[in-house]
Design a binder for this molecule. Structure first.
Ligand code: NAP
Length: 404
């Protein structure tokens, strides 16, 4: 009997639960577990299916996770809680013989540093246990890795230049809100930028490099160079890459709020004393900001996320662009979500489906680009994220140098 455990009942957890519940032949009985059980119960009530149950769990505590897994006996655990919980959930999966999937790599709570090495270090233990762990299976990371693997399989003999471009041209009507967990989001974008070039990492000051990029169906939007975690695995798995960068759009209103919050110390992760208690300013800020799962109603506009890839095909330079646009209002009508949660949750469900059906299998710890992209690309269209491609169209970048 197949069973699937989903941990995390936020914006992404809700999408994963809705999408998995619609495929009982793939996922079997579902359990949605999170720190606050009432949030799981609300999602289960929306889904309204008797094969979906809920539980409370503190995923920072391995014995709690082990007790839950021993009781429910899942085949697979989909981790859509926070990156802080990746290692404890992987540990519990190993103790209970459960396969593992997540959408964001591990990050220690006291240092804003997200890297794969902590999770890659679990490879031999998962392999010895005959288990599979699939890392970073959201949109970015996730679909961006699948898009890159698809370009390598069908369009290019050698990948040279990769630019991942992520635009949210939506408007949720709030003065300031983040589209996924505020703590994780703000930690990510206030860090120094970083990109890969000629075999080494180049650092830039936070949000200091930007340029307009034209997004299909959206138009030109100022886009900022950021470090993003999939760059680390993609340059490892596609060693012909000469340069790999990641760009994300931000509106001026968002950036102004962020600058003020940073200037007054509200984005700091160093604990301070407040009324006799130790608190972390960014955790307090998270508590007063809207929850990502609450943004869907009235959200207008689209996201557009894709990969511009340049390389060689039959000795000739070729440019390949592949992307998905997702409409906030449409996904709200479908399952009450906003597009950032949806574009993360749908690929997590598809990756989990690949594992449950054995389409993607292996023993150890893997990133998505290590598997055959074709069945995943087919499912993207079927489950709500149709994609488009342009071969040898124009590139928004004019800095390919003499290699172009
Ligand atoms: N790859 C991608 O494309 C992508 C994009 C966006 C987001 N993400 C990732 O997706 C994940 C979820 O994001 P989100 O927007 O859904 O965030 P969210 O709305 O803040 O939800 C996080 C959920 O995790 C639960 N949680 C936190 N700590 C927990 C613990 N110790 N034990 C059990 N549950 C715990 C929270 O419970 P409470 O409600 O009790 O706090 C909440 O239900 C994050 O890891 C984020 O980085 C990936």
């Amino acid at each position: 009997m197949k069973r699937t455990l989903i941990i995390g009942a936020g914006g992404v957890g809700s999408v994963v639960a809705h999408k998995c519940a619609a495929l009982p032949e793939v996922f079997g009985d579902l359990m949605l577990a999170s720190r606050t059980r009432s949030k799981c119960d609300r999602i289960a009530a929306e889904i309204g299916k008797s094969h979906v149950t809920t539980a409370a769990v503190d995923a920072d505590v391995v014995p709690q996770l082990v007790a839950l897994m021993k009781d429910f006996k899942p085949t697979l655990c989909i981790n859509v809680a926070l990156p802080y919980q990746d290692l404890t959930i992987m540990e519990a999966c190993l103790q209970c013989g459960v396969h593992y999937l997540d959408t964001a790599n591990y990050e220690p709570k006291d240092v804003a540093k997200f890297e794969y090495h902590w999770q890659w270090a679990y490879h031999d233990r998962f392999a010895d246990a005959g288990l599979m762990a699939l890392l970073g299976c959201g949109f970015d990371p996730g679909v961006t890795g699948v898009f890159t693997a698809y370009a390598a399989k069908h369009h290019l003999d050698e990948l040279h230049y990769l630019d991942i471009v992520d635009c949210n041209a939506g408007d949720h009507g709030k003065a300031f809100a983040t589209n996924f967990n505020p703590e994780i989001n703000i930690r990510e974008i206030t860090q120094k930028g970083r990109y890969f070039e000629s075999g080494r990492w180049v650092e830039t000051e936070p949000l200091s490099v930007h340029q307009p990029i034209d997004y299909p169906g959206v138009g030109p939007k100022d886009s900022y160079l950021l470090y993003h975690e999939e760059l680390e695995s993609l340059v490892k798995n596609f060693p012909t890459l000469r340069r790999a960068r990641f760009w994300m759009t931000f509106g001026q209103q968002y950036l102004t709020h962020l600058r003020v919050l940073e200037n007054v110390g509200m984005t700091s992760i160093a604990p301070i004393q407040f009324q006799g208690q130790s608190i972390v300013p960014l955790e307090f800020l998270k508590a007063v900001l809207p929850e990502p799962s609450s943004l869907g109603a009235g959200y207008q506009g689209q996201t557009s996320i894709g990969c511009h890839i340049r390389g060689l095909k039959d000795g000739q330079t070729k440019h390949y662009y592949v992307w998905n646009n997702c409409d906030h209002a449409e996904v709200y009508r479908e399952i009450g979500a906003q597009a950032v949660s949806y574009t993360t949750g749908v690929p997590a469900m598809i990756g989990a489906k690949m594992m449950m059906e054995g389409t993607w299998s292996g023993k150890g710890v893997f990133n998505v680009e290590e598997f055959n992209p074709d069945p995943f690309m087919k499912d993207l269209g079927l489950y709500g994220l149709p994609w488009h491609e342009v071969v040898d169209g124009p590139s928004p970048f004019d800095d390919y140098g003499s290699h172009a």
